[in-house]
Design a protein around this ligand. Structure first.
Ligand code: GAR
Length: 220
């Protein structure tokens, strides 16, 4: 499986993927890492792993359609099986999304469909949710939406700040993105309309309940 990753920034999710590819956990090859932001730290991480990099600045294009068309041309030059958004902070045109239907995945720092868009951790705190998390999904036309492959939930603590919550979520992002890519590479994931199905049966024998009942006196 040839992967092209699109990035805009720090690239910690990219690093998790690079590490998982290097140790054989994800049966894939990083064909290229493309950034819309020159100097993004993610590019350095790619180069360090010997992965080809490219920069396509959005500022040099008159509109979204022109940028996305050029981006698609650049991506297709690497002949990817899968395009992986790893902190790529741009809205994508319907034409771009349609071109990579079923071959375009994203990670988002919330339990979608809650909190699409920006500032997810601050918004989760404002809403008082007790569980927050991260989602890896196939990309559909709407922002941070599409068939969900895997989610990780983390507890929200009383003294959390957006930063402390972000850190707890990010640690899980680094687990679930490589996991999702491994499943796709192994052919275990199938798209069925708005849902993702798995080639193997899953057992529903666990739940994360927060706060745990141990904070109160036991019910008799
Ligand atoms: C990650 O938290 C990712 O989930 C988020 O950007 C961050 C990138 O960090 N993506 C989105 O918000 C997409 N809507 P990274 O560059 O260290 O991987």
């Amino acid at each position: 499986m040839r992967i092209v990753a699109l990035v805009s920034g720090r690239g910690s999710n990219l690093q998790a993927i690079l590490d998982a590819v290097a140790d054989g956990a994800v049966p894939a090859e990083l064909a290229a890492v493309v950034s819309n932001v020159p100097g993004a730290y993610a590019l350095e991480r790619a180069a360090r792993s010997g992965v080809p990099t490219a920069v396509l600045r959005h500022r040099n294009f008159p509109d979204r359609a022109a940028y996305d068309a050029a981006l698609a041309e650049l991506i297709d030059g690497y002949r990817p099986d899968l395009v992986v958004l790893a902190g790529f902070m741009r809205l994508l045109t319907p034409a771009f999304v349609a071109r990579y239907h079923g071959r375009l995945v994203n990670i988002h720092p919330s339990l979608l469909p809650a909190f699409p868009g920006l500032h997810t951790h601050r918004r989760a705190l404002e809403q008082g949710v007790k569980l927050h998390g991260a989602t890896v999904h196939f990309v559909s036309e709407d922002v941070d939406a599409g068939p969900i492959i895997i989610q990780a939930a983390v507890p929200v603590l009383d003294d959390d700040t957006p930063e402390s919550l972000a850190e707890r979520v990010l640690a899980q992002e680094h687990r679930i993105y490589p996991q999702a890519l491994a499943w796709i590479g192994q052919g275990l994931v199938r798209l069925e309309g708005t849902r993702v199905r798995f080639a193997r049966p899953l057992e529903a024998d666990c739940a994360l309940i927060w706060p745990p009942s141990t904070i109160a006196a036991p019910v008799r």
